[in-house]
Design a protein around this ligand. Structure first.
Ligand code: FES
Length: 289
């Protein structure tokens, strides 16, 4: 990649350029049919002219020493890549083809409240992570092999190894990466509790949410939320001792497994769970009365 120059900051980004095109297209939506047809025909003619020019340019240069490497370097620029892809000069990358294969099964995953994302595509190996209701679902293994893996291997035969990744993922701001199994049955609103980055793997935090004291834990890439109330006398356990995954109530010593909420002292009781999910960069909680 070439070093950034002072002019780079002044260059329009791909998003900016596409935004301008989209604005023009929206403007044209108000035109009558004939005017829209004329604009479409002109755009197609300009596209055809550019495509032919690119093809001739590539044909003229392709035998020059170092041309392949130079083109590859140039295509690392998002604008160059987008335009060359649009005109069929560059083929879609393996990553894009795996993404397209996932797109073909997304409606099925969405019907179960889930989604999936490409974690990596390296050589002949792709790693996929389930998101939302699919993550941690007992049927996800079946879904993975029956749907996702088959779609990828059918549509991208170069990828011979498809693995299911574990963990909370790193989706965009609206992506739900993880939802506790009973969350759909709760009726209250989701409340943002913490940024996920504020709760490290293996950590437990006592947090106040909408005047409710809760215990948030993150173990084995799973976030849990419990009411901060001991099952013995409902007293708060904020001052309790935590060792590994075990919380000991500071009042009379009841012990709890924080990865499950199970009470180790009196197995017939447990911590009361609240619904929890990881959405974008945040942990959200639904308080269950
Ligand atoms: S209130 Fe926790 S052990 Fe008694």
């Amino acid at each position: 990649m070439t070093d950034a120059s002072p002019h780079d900051a002044q260059r329009p980004t791909l998003d900016h350029l596409i935004g301008e095109l989209t604005a023009l297209e929206m403007l044209a939506e108000g035109w009558d049919e004939a005017a829209q047809g004329g604009a479409r025909a002109r755009a197609e003619a300009v596209d055809a002219l550019n495509r032919e020019a690119f093809r001739r340019l590539i044909r003229a240069l392709k035998d020059q020493p170092g041309f392949g490497a130079a083109l590859k370097e140039a295509a690392r620029d998002e604008v160059v890549y987008a335009v060359l892809r649009r005109h069929g000069i560059l083929r879609p990358s393996l990553y894009e083809r795996v993404e397209a294969a996932l797109d073909s099964v997304r409606p099925g995953l969405a019907s179960h409240g889930g989604d999936a994302e490409v974690v990596s595509v390296t050589g002949n190996r792709a790693e996929i992570r389930f998101l939302g209701a699919c993550d941690g679902c007992p049927a996800s293994q079946l879904t993975f092999y029956a749907g996702v893996k088959k779609a990828i291997q059918d549509q991208v035969p170069e990828v011979t190894e498809v693995k299911q990744a574990k963990g909370l993922g790193g989706g965009g701001s609206d992506t739900v990466q993880f939802t506790s199994p009973f969350a759909n049955y709760a009726e209250t609103e989701w409340i943002t509790a913490l940024p996920l980055s504020d709760l490290a793997e293996g950590e437990t935090r006592f947090v106040e949410i909408a005047n409710h004291s809760v215990i948030l834990t993150r173990f084995a890439e799973k976030v849990s939320c419990f009411r901060n109330a001991c099952a013995h006398m409902a007293l708060e356990m904020t001052q309790g001792e935590i060792r590994d995954t075990i919380l000991t109530c500071p009042h009379h010593g009841f012990r709890y497994a924080l990865d499950s909420g199970e009470c180790l002292t009196a197995p017939e009781v447990q911590l009361q769970p609240h619904a929890v999910r990881v959405k974008g960069a945040n942990i959200e909680v639904r308080l269950i009365a």
